[in-house]
Each structure stands twice: as C-alpha cells, then as structure tokens.
Design a binder for this molecule. Sequence first.
Ligand code: NDP
Ligand code: OXD
Length: 304
Amino acid sequence: MAFLIIAPGRDTRALEAELRRLEPGLDLRVWPQLGDAAAIRFALAWNAPAGVFGDLPALCTVASLGAGVDALVDRPDLPETVPVTRLAGPRLAADLAAYLVAMTVDWWKRLDEQRHDRSWRPRPPRPAPRIGLLGLGRMGRRAAQAFRSLDLEVAGWNRSGRADDGLPVECGDDGLVRLAGRSDVLINLLPLTAATRGIIDARLLAALPADSLLINVGRGAHVIEHDLLAALDAGRPGRAVLDVFETEPLPDDHPFRRHPDVVVTPHVAALTDPREAAELALAQWRCVERGAPPPDAVDRVRGY
Ligand code: NDP
Ligand code: OXD
C-alpha cells in the first residue's frame, strides 16, 4: 500500500524525511511521480491540481496537509465515499495562537508606532482589548486559552452555541453581530464552507467598535474584500491583519498591499511542523492500512 504526497509548489523534503524516519518501510511517492497508481491508498494533499484524484483508482483516504479542508471536501474527482481528514495537531494550534497574540499585542501596545519613533515619547497602550473569536474549534479553543492566560476577556461564536471552560459563546446571525459589537479584536478562525463564505461583510464590520482590530486567519473567501476596504476607510476596523486571501500569492497590485491600515502576511500564521504532520498522517495511514476508519475525518457535507 503506497502513500502519496501531492503538494505542488511546497517544499515537503523535511516531511518526507520524517515519514521515512518514523516508518522506514513506507512506500512513499511524491506527485507527479506516481509509479503504479493502483497501489496508492492514502494521499496527503495541499493545492492538489484539479482532476488529480481521478488518476488514483484505489484511493481510500485523502488527508489535508493542514487544518483546512475546504479545497478537498467538494471536488468532482473525489468520490463522496472517500473520507477526507486533516492534520490539526496541538503544535499547529499553539503556533497559530502565538501569531494571534503577537498581532494583538503589537496593536494593543502600539508597538509598531513605538519602535519607529526615536523621540523617547512613550505612547500609552490602548485599553486591554476584549477578544472575539469566530470559530471555537481546535484552533479557536487554543487561541482562547492563550488570550485568557493574559487575563484578557474572551468570547466566541460557533454553530452549536456550546463551549468549554465557561467561555461566553454566541451563535446565529444576531449572536454574530452581538459578538462583533463587543470585540476590540475580532479574529476569524472559521473553516470555509457554504455557510461561512463571505461572512465578514459590511453588516458585520459596521457592528465593530471604532478603532478595533480584525484578524483573518481563516480563509480569504470569508471576507467580502470591497466591504472591508470601505469599512477600513470608515475606521471600523481601524486595522486589518490578513494572512489568507482569495488568490494566493496575493497579487502585487492588490489594494490590500498599499492600504496603510492593512497588514499582510503570506499564509504563515501557523506553519506545519514536519514531525507533528508526519506523526498524525502516519496514524491515519495505519488505520487505513488495517481497514479502520481514520481519525480526524471531517463531515464532507457540512464542510468541516
Ligand atoms: P474546527 O473544525 O476544529 O472548528 C471549526 C469551528 O468553526 C467550530 O467551532 C464550529 O462550530 C465553527 N463553525 C463552523 N461552521 C460554522 C457556522 N456556519 N457558523 C458558526 N460557527 C461555525 O477547525 P479548526 O479550528 O481546526 O480550524 C479552523 C480554520 O482555521 C481552518 O479551516 C483553516 O481555514 C484555518 N487555519 C488557518 C491557518 C493559517 O495558517 N492561516 C492554520 C490553521 C487553520 P461548532 O464548534 O459548533 O461545530
Ligand atoms: C491551513 C493550515 O489550513 O495552514 O491554513 O493548516
């Protein structure tokens, strides 16, 4: 049974080395070198080209080489019966929380202004921000823990309205607007699905407090771009930190690149750790090998 990595444009050499170290006998293939395609039962994919799964007749499971599965759940070349899983381990969640804390603290303590000013005139920080998290899954819960450890007030929004650890949680359309209204820092950690596409729109943005911070680490298509540009010009939010975009890489001439209140990072909020990824992927592969359902399979109809 062969294991295939399909990740065009991504350097997977460290991951391949970890997979081989942890599973010395592994029949590992790296697209586009398929070898005998009929032996491939497990694929680990990121930016998989359209139609590629159609060439794999014995495929039993496809794992996302990341936490998001939006590029995999709804594809014509992937039969509905093939489980889609993901790699969303504690290292990835901690890494994402570190990025969110860093971007929040930079804004809260006005570090960007202070570090560029040579006049030794300390600027007072903004008041301790109230944090709003859209999405309380693996990533959202870890972020909540990180912000709470700084004694910041945290609330969230999810589909079920349920949360652990006494975290205040909203749900539904009205709950979304309520959460935005009490979030000095609003962070999008939702998966991209039919229900969440375009969720960051004029209505949501108008509910934000003036001089607030929006951070999007979910997916670019969560944001209606022209609504965000208009909202920034109106000061709600005062700044947007954007890590994910409809088109990646973000084109050089995109308006986000030259907007003074937009901070762009190139989809680096959390970087897959090769060791964690290899361990999680091999645990899934071993289940497939013995005919058991793989852990961390998503609901392909719900989209996450
Ligand atoms: P999970 O699947 O663990 O959690 C998803 C959360 O979103 C759940 O709380 C769920 O609610 C909520 N949700 C889903 N649909 C809706 C809806 N329609 N309305 C309200 N809430 C909804 O995902 P993760 O936390 O692991 O990851 C989230 C996303 O973060 C990924 O899909 C990916 O896009 C992004 N990501 C980005 C990274 C980066 O580097 N930029 C790195 C890692 C992840 P409920 O709990 O009620 O089911
Ligand atoms: C993602 C990831 O899903 O980087 O964006 O894991």
